[in-house]
Structure formats: C-alpha cells, structure tokens
Write a protein that binds this ligand. Structure first.
Ligand code: UDX
Ligand code: ADP
Length: 471
C-alpha cells in the first residue's frame, strides 16, 4: 500500500497555532486545498475580513494570507463539510489547563480535542489521516484513536499522527518557513507509517527532508512537552541566578553571556526576565508534573514543578522590588506599566507576567496606567477581571487606565515598569518623561531592555532584573 497523496487538508481550530501553520502550508503547497475551520464565527469573519484585519497579530502573517486566501486557503465555520472533504485533518484546538475536577490546575482539559475528534468520527464517510497538532499530554493520540474507532462508519479507516508545532509567537512565520525540525509521530504499523509519509510529503514541499523526523507516536507527544519544559527550565535557571546577581552586585547579562559562550550550553533562552508567560510553558510543564505523578514518579514531578515555582517567585520578587523601592508603599501612587503581552511582537496575553504584576499593584491599591501596542483593550479588562475574581470590574476600572501610547502612559507617574520588551519603548523621550515625573523618578526594567546608564544620567533611579550595585 503506497502513502496517499494529500490533496485536501482541513484544520480544526483557527487560533495561534492552526491559523499560521495551515496558512503557511497553503502558501507553500498551492496544489493542496486548505480549509481552516472554527466554531467561533467572529474569529472566522476576522480571518476573512476584506482589509485583512486578522484575529491574531503575527509579523508576516498578513502577507501569507494575502497570497493564499481565496486561492487554496479558505476559512469557514462549516466544520462538517471541511472534515468530509479532507484527506488529512489537523486538530488544532485549545487545550487549557483543567480548572476543576481530577487534575485541576495541572492536567490538560481535553474537552475540545475530544469534541473535535467525535465530530470527525460522526461526519467522516471516507478514510482520514487525523493529525494531533495541539499540545496534549502523552497518549492523547491513543484516546483519539479509541474514539474514532468506536464511532466510525463501517469501512472508514483512520490513521492518527502526532505532529507537534514548535513555532514561537512573534516569530511564527519565519519559524514555519524554516523550522529547526518537523516531528511526525505514528504507530509503527504499515498503515501508520504510510500516513506519516503522506504528511512528511506535504512538508517536503519546502522543508529539507533531513529536518523531517519520523518517530513513534508517544515519543513525539513527549518530545513536545520535553522541549518546552527544557526551554522554560533555562529561563527559570537564569532567573534564579538573577536573584543572586541582584544580591551580590553581579550582572546577569554578563553571567548569561559568559555561560552561553560554552558551546555545549549555547546563548539562546538565557535572557533573564520578569518571568516567562505564554500559552505553552507553564501548561506543558504542569502536564509533565501530572504525568509524572500519575506514573508514581514524585521526584520527577517535584523537579519539573520547581521550574514553574521559580517563575512565580520571579514575578512576585519583581512586584516586591517595586513596592520596597517606592519606600515600602505604593498605595495611591501612580505607576505606568509598559507592555501587557507575554512577549514582544504578539498581542497574546495568556499567562503574561504583566497580569501578575498589575494584580499585585492593584492589591496594594496603586493606580496603574497600561499601554501595549498590540493587545486589545477588551482583552486587558478580561484578563484583569480573571486575575482579580473577587473585585467587580467597575472597581478595577477606578484604579486602571488603558492608554494608546507609551508617552501618554508615562505622563506624570511616580514609577514606570517595563513588562514586555517592545522595541518601541527604546524610542521613548526619557528626558521629557523625567521632566514631567514626581521626583525621585523610578524605572523598573523587567526585561533588560533599556540603557540603564543613560537613564541614570538623566536622573532616574533604575532597577533592572539581575543587576545589583557594582562591587
Ligand atoms: C514557546 C516555544 O518556544 C515554542 O517552541 C512552542 O511551540 C510554544 O512555546 P512561545 O511561548 O510562543 O513559544 O514564546 P517563547 O519565545 O518561547 O517565549 C516564552 C516566554 O519566555 C515569553 O514570556 C518570553 O518573554 C520568555 N523568555 C524567552 C524569557 O524570559 N527569556 C528568554 O531567554 C526567552
Ligand atoms: P492555540 O494557541 O492552541 O492555537 P487558540 O485558543 O488560539 O489555541 O485556538 C483554538 C481554536 O480552536 C479556538 O479559536 C476555538 O474556537 C477552536 N475550537 C475549539 N474547539 C473546536 C471545535 N470542536 N471545532 C472547531 N473549532 C474549535
């Protein structure tokens, strides 16, 4: 039996992963029709909007969609039709951490994966390759297979693949154009390997064959969790060292640079920060913790849990530095928070460190003015409401102001906090900001972004993560 040649792809879930990934597949494979479906009508409408006002901000994405949309790339809410017509289906729905029940706070909520899988089983009338694309715990593919087999129509065959996505937000398009690797996991049966080859052939349209790795199903699922856990672990390690630097007068930039020069360690993912955020790191590590506990490996669970705990510590340590430095109280003081996204070049706010900082400032009854170049105002209110569930939104809004430029945010504040490393914050007219501030004027750089020496010369008191006084 030869591998099928994929002609029609359906992607269930038009979010941060499914949208950019399948848009790039459509761009690079003009002979394949790609339909991205989502139950969320507003999201689909935005993907289809005439002026390309897409639902997610990602550098380079608009260009990709402009080239492929209407040619071989389509966005729709007609999930059933797209499933029926496709030879290959990506399941790219959300998998948040469970909020209640068994494994609450740790395990992934697989509700969305399960309902998408059940939908495939219910409507498919021909053979399908079903590809798990969402980050999911190990052995999810096995559950998907069981659901599909138990509910399929006679004569309909499903092959399950795991094909985790490694793109990072903000660089998604370049990551997709030129990935370090593509990982495809399959059952080691003839049919499983054929399905794996069929998907590999899709990627081979633009990715060198040696970068397309084919492995077993469970290795593929675990590799995704492992990669994210190890990346996050580097950040927590460097953040732990940043606390030592602040206490001793060493400089974390210099330490990270020196450590990263070791070719065995390498320079990437050693940037100290106010804490990592994003939809993946914390969720995936907690998945790994839950998996380890389920496998009766408490020491392994504790090891990975500490990476998340260090991240929580880093965020609260930074809030405490702000309070301590502002003479042990920020009640009634005015603080500008620059950046609300979890990193630069995205409008995504999931698990953003900024949210924790602002929650801490609000609990001290400080007044906070927020500016972010890409995050929607409604998203900020929603995140703050979720972060402070016992405070009515109207009360939060008495203390929080959202503005549309960094200059406006900085006007007449007692302190300025850099929470996201947006490049445009480098262009702020700091002398002008200083002139309008109450003195002493404080800047807290949670992203090692600003030129602390220049700001100090202007007159600011500058506190930067991982930098103590010179010794
Ligand atoms: C991550 C993985 O990089 C990606 O492979 C996976 O597919 C999804 O999860 P993402 O969360 O989009 O991607 O962004 P990433 O660049 O990894 O940043 C995550 C967080 O770590 C951000 O808050 C970022 O600011 C922070 N970070 C990153 C640091 O604090 N220091 C660093 O050195 C790198
Ligand atoms: P990710 O960052 O993993 O892409 P998102 O939350 O951005 O996650 O996107 C997931 C998308 O999947 C959402 O737009 C959601 O509406 C969609 N979705 C969830 N379940 C289904 C389903 N059963 N059918 C179609 N779309 C779904």
């Amino acid at each position: 039996m030869a591998p099928v040649q994929v002609k029609k792809i359906c992607c269930i879930g038009a979010g941060y992963v499914g949208g950019p990934t399948c848009a790039v597949i459509a761009l690079k494979c003009p002979h394949i029709t790609v339909t991205i479906v989502d139950l969320n009508q507003a999201r689909v409408d935005a993907w289809n909007s005439k002026d390309f006002d897409l639902p997610i901000y990602e550098p380079g994405l608009v260009d990709v969609v402009k080239q492929a949309r209407g040619r071989n790339l389509f966005f729709s809410t007609d999930v059933d039709k797209a499933i029926r017509e496709a030879d290959l289906i990506f399941v790219s729905v959300n998998t948040p951490t469970k909020k209640s029940g068994v494994g609450a706070g740790f395990a992934a909520d697989l509700n969305y994966v399960e309902s998408a899988t059940r939908r495939i089983a219910a409507v498919a009338t021909s053979d399908k390759i079903v590809v798990e694309k969402s980050t999911v715990p190990c052995r999810t593919a096995e559950s998907m297979r069981t659901i599909l087999e138990a509910n399929s129509k006679p004569g309909t065959h499903f092959d399950i693949l795991s094909n985790p996505e490694f793109l990072a937000e903000g660089t998604a398009i370049t990551d997709l154009f030129s990935p370090d690797r593509v990982l495809i996991g399959s059952l080691q049966t003839e049919s499983g390997q054929n399905a794996s080859q069929a998907l590999a052939a899709v990627y081979a349209n633009w990715i060198p064959k040696e970068r397309i790795l084919t492995v077993g199903l469970w290795s593929s699922e675990l590799s995704k969790l492992a990669a994210n856990a190890m990346l996050a672990q580097r950040i927590s390690s460097v953040n732990a060292l940043s606390a030592i630097c602040e206490a001793t007068g060493a400089n974390i930039d210099e330490v990270a640079h020196a450590v990263g020069f070791d070719s065995r360690i390498g320079p990437k993912f050693l940037r100290a920060s106010v804490g990592f955020g994003g939809s993946c790191f914390q969720k995936d590590i907690l998945n790994l913790v839950y998996l380890s506990e389920s496998l009766h490996l408490p020491q392994v669970a504790a090891y990975w849990r500490q990476v998340v705990e260090m991240n929580e510590y880093q965020k609260s340590r930074f809030s405490k530095t702000v309070v301590d430095t502002l003479f042990n109280t920020i009640t009634g003081k005015h603080i500008a928070v620059l950046g609300f996204a979890f990193k630069a070049d995205t409008g995504d706010t999931r698990e953003s460190a900024s949210i924790s900082l602002i929650r801490d400032f609000l609990s001290e009854r400080a007044y906070v003015t927020i500016y972010d170049p890409k995050v929607e105002v409604a998203q900020i209110w929603q995140d703050l409401q979720e972060a402070c569930p016992t405070t009515p939104l109207a009360q939060i809004q008495k203390y929080v102001n959202i503005v549309h430029s960094a200059a406006e945010a900085c006007e007449q504040k007692e302190a300025i906090v850099i929470a996201t490393e947006w490049k445009e914050f480098l262009d702020i007219d700091w002398q002008h900001v200083y002139d309008l501030m109450t003195k002493p004027a404080f800047v807290f750089d949670g992203r090692l972004l600003l030129d602390a020496e220049k700001l100090t010369k202007i007159g600011f008191t500058v506190k930067t993560i991982g930098r103590g006084g010179r010794v």
